[in-house]
Write a protein that binds this ligand. Sequence first.
Ligand code: PNS
Length: 165
Amino acid sequence: MTTAVYPGSFDPITLGHLDVISRAAGVFERVVVAVLVNPRKSPVFRESERLGIIREAVAESLDELAHRVEVETFDGLTVDFARRVGARFIVRGLRAVSDFESELQMAHTNRKLAPEVDTVFFMTALEHSYLSSSLVKEIASFGGDVSLMVPAAVVTRLSGRSRLG
Ligand code: PNS
């Protein structure tokens, strides 16, 4: 079975992330979405919420590919998590050229740490390529409408939040 890990903060997941998950599930038999638990950051959504939101969004929008997707939390190195779940690929999305430099650095570093794990990039769909989780939180914090930017599961949970990043 070909397994890929899609690591990220997902605070919160956007339609751009969901597009990458969906396309990765079309290529890999098993996609493990890996939600980073970073003790140095204070996320808007707790790990358990991010897991629940992603699972809900995947079930709602991936139809027959949803069974290929698992969602887990991790801490430490992405390559260690990839090895733990038996993944030979790391998936990342590229929205624009501006993402390339840091993603290239991360891919080379991960390959140095784990030569058997390759990074595969999906170009985020054009209609979602302007999106970022931080932008979503900023818009929501001013009461703006983010329903075209994030899955419904996020919209529901964003409303009524007092602290948004
Ligand atoms: O959604 P993000 O914040 O762009 O995701 C970044 C992430 C989680 C992929 C990156 O920070 C990461 O891999 N963190 C785990 C620690 C690690 O492996 N660091 C070395 C990466 S070169």
